[in-house]
Ligand binder design. Structure first.
Ligand code: NAD
Length: 260
């Protein structure tokens, strides 16, 4: 699948999954905007890509800030000419049992995952609809869009919520040729996951190796982590699939942890 001539915005692309998606989109011909809270990190990724001849820019964006999202998306359109693909990927994880969860942490997590998805979608749809050339909106869900784990109440809530948002955007966007889909990865070894291993070990009173084996990968078919490239391949497929035949869907990439 090629993305020649397309412009993609990937949020949270200074690190982890978003970074790999931006790299794979660039390898397949897209110009990419690396949008992240971490501007220095976003610019570093953009510089690496630009050194390979890719049109790439780093954009400072807190996805929970309405004005910053609107201004960031406008800047991408101004500098790269359009927006054809949005990957709403920025995310965090906070683990705690429900009875201990602080309201501030609950709201922070929902804001980044859900408000961020809404605000970036709205800003991109306005440009896509005005241009009349369709587009692809891709949400970074999780296996936690489909099932629950202890200690992750706001994360599971938010990731389930993205399925609903994608389905509405699929229905509204269809007349404009805009598709919306969700990728649902199992555990991928990124900074977000590395942080959880000692936290869960402490919370459950077990070793870090046991967290990986008996919690994180327990229900996979082969005890393997999902990789950055596995997730990026799904993101490429959703971005490159150009008809409304594939919209409002979710793709689980989790070594069989969750089976539809
Ligand atoms: P990561 O920590 O490596 O990267 C997340 C990026 O998001 C960072 O660059 C961070 O600066 C950015 N970010 C955080 N808050 C932001 C904000 N308010 N505005 C803009 N950028 C912000 O994490 P990752 O593992 O690559 O996670 C990316 C996405 O994938 C998240 O939505 C996560 O929930 C999802 N996901 C991850 C896994 C996994 O196992 N790693 C599994 C399923 C889903």
């Amino acid at each position: 699948m090629r993305l020649d001539g397309k412009v993609a915005i990937v949020t949270g692309a200074a690190s982890g999954i978003g970074k790999r998606i931006a790299e794979v989109y660039a390898q397949h011909g897209a110009a990419v905007a690396i949008a992240d809270l971490n501007l220095a990190g976003a610019q570093a990724v953009a510089r690496e890509l630009a050194a390979q001849g890719v049109r790439a820019i780093g954009i400072a964006m807190d996805v929970t800030d309405e004005a910053a999202v609107d201004a960031g998306v406008d800047a991408v359109v101004q500098q790269l000419g359009a927006v054809d693909i949005l990957v709403s990927n920025a995310g965090i994880q906070i683990v705690d049992p429900v009875e201990k969860f602080s309201y501030a942490d609950w709201k922070k997590l929902l804001a980044i995952h859900l408000d961020g998805a809404f605000l970036t979608t709205r800003a991109c749809l306005r440009h896509m609809y005005a241009r009349g050339k369709g587009g692809a909106i891709i949400y970074m869900g999780s296996v936690h869009s489909k099932l629950a784990s202890p200690l992750k109440a706001p994360y599971v809530t938010a990731k389930h919520g993205l399925l609903g948002l994608a389905r509405v955007v699929a229905k509204e966007g269809a007349a404009h040729g805009v598709r919306a889909n969700v990728i649902c990865p199992g555990f991928v070894r990124t900074p977000l996951v590395e942080k959880q291993i000692p936290e869960q070990a402490k919370e459950f009173g077990i070793s870090e190796a046991e967290v990986v084996k008996n919690i994180m990968l327990k229900d996979t078919v082969d005890g393997e982590f999902t990789t950055l490239d596995d997730v990026a391949a799904c993101a490429l497929f959703f971005a490159g699939f150009e008809t409304n035949a594939l919209t409002g869907q979710s793709m689980v990439v989790s070594h069989g942890w969750y089976m539809e």
